[in-house]
Design a protein around this ligand. Structure first.
Ligand SMILES: NC(=O)C1=CN([C@@H]2O[C@H](COP(=O)(O)OP(=O)(O)OC[C@H]3O[C@@H](n4cnc5c(N)ncnc54)[C@H](O)[C@@H]3O)[C@@H](O)[C@H]2O)[C@@H](O)CC1
Ligand SMILES: Nc1ncnc2c1ncn2[C@@H]1O[C@H](COP(=O)(O)OP(=O)(O)O)[C@@H](O)[C@H]1O
Ligand SMILES: [Mg+2]
Length: 279
């Protein structure tokens, strides 16, 4: 399988125009969280903020607002149970990420349905975690007018594709994606994660078992959302976000047995500055 070259980081991460303002760096909506999974929302949104999204809104349950406001003062909050507010927030966003910590309640199902049906062709919709589980459980067609990105781990991909983990290989994965939605981009998270898009299949040569800790995938979703908000939807943009996440984690793993997602997030602005220099 083709390897994702490190040069993609320099290609995608560009220095900022001195005259620019937050409106140039995209509006991200993170639809996430439920009673038991508040941390997923904080990690995902924090990653989107720290990659440099212009504006980040978090759609979650009101009991989590205070924690989010304290931990991520840069982000705004709305109640995803308020259908009107959710519809408005979806309409006003460039990138919508749905699923981390959402759970599979009937409200969560309605929220995923809203994201699938209310997005348009100028937007990108990232489906992660519980959103993937819901779509698989409900047997919904994988359809949206938006650019679609799926970020399952192998267990979630098994649910969606029907492929047991032992049956997952580049050929079977590409065939399943083709059947689910030939226009969707798949990030299959594993040791050395893979990206599938149209005819291209590629793999990162980064990542380590120190990353095997809750919240690491929620963090990746926020990074990919922030990258697309600023650099636009493309195979390269997603590959750069994926590679940056594991590259930072590999640096941290040199002297940290376990790599905490919050530590990866902390390093994002520094590494983005490093890769933005064209020397
Ligand atoms: N701090 C938080 O709030 C956290 C919330 N989380 C949320 O918890 C919900 C459930 O997600 P989970 O992924 O924990 O549980 P799931 O039940 O969705 O997936 C785990 C299942 O998949 C199987 N599996 C196979 N390959 C796997 C792989 N490579 N990685 C992980 N599991 C694999 C496991 O054996 C297990 O049966 C999601 O909404 C998720 O976003 C998790 O992200 C953990 C942290
Ligand atoms: N052994 C490993 N080697 C490389 N990367 C790993 C390893 N274990 C986990 N990861 C990475 O950590 C992230 C885990 O994602 P996920 O399972 O969705 O976590 P969560 O849902 O808890 O946030 C993925 O990016 C995956 O590639
Ligand atoms: Mg996950």
């Amino acid at each position: 399988m083709e390897k994702i070259n490190k040069s993609v980081l320099n290609q995608v991460i560009t220095p900022r125009n001195p005259e620019s303002y937050k409106g140039n760096y995209g509006k991200v909506l993170i639809i996430s969280g439920s009673t038991h999974f508040g941390g997923a929302t904080i990690l995902c949104s924090s990653a989107a903020v720290n990659t440099g999204s212009g504006l980040v809104t978090v759609a979650t349950i009101p009991e989590k607002f205070t924690a989010i406001n304290v931990k991520i003062p840069e982000a705004m909050t709305i109640d995803y149970q308020n259908k009107k507010a959710l519809t408005e927030a979806i309409k006003n966003s460039d990138v919508i990420a749905v699923g981390p910590g959402l759970g599979t309640s009937s409200i969560a199902k309605g929220v995923v349905k809203a994201a699938l049906t209310q997005t348009n062709n100028k937007q990108t919709l990232i489906l992660d975690a519980s959103a993937i589980t819901i779509i698989a459980q409900e047997n919904w067609p994988l359809e949206s007018k938006a650019n679609l990105i799926l970020t399952p781990h192998q267990g979630e991909w098994q649910r969606l594709s029907g492929l047991d983990i032992a049956e997952q290989n580049p050929k079977s994965n590409a065939q399943s994606l083709q059947q689910l939605n030939p226009e969707a981009l798949l990030v299959l998270k594993k040791h050395h994660s893979e990206v599938y898009y149209h005819e291209t299949t590629a793999q990162i040569e980064a990542g380590n078992p120190g990353m095997a800790t809750g919240g690491m995938g929620d963090t990746l979703t926020g990074i990919i959302a922030g990258f697309i908000a600023q650099f636009g939807f493309s195979f390269q943009t997603v590959s750069a976000g994926l590679l940056l996440h594991s590259t930072i984690a590999d640096k941290l793993n040199k002297d940290n047995y376990v790599v905490l997602p919050s530590k990866v997030i902390e390093k994002l602005p520094k590494y983005m500055a490093k890769y933005s220099y064209k020397d």
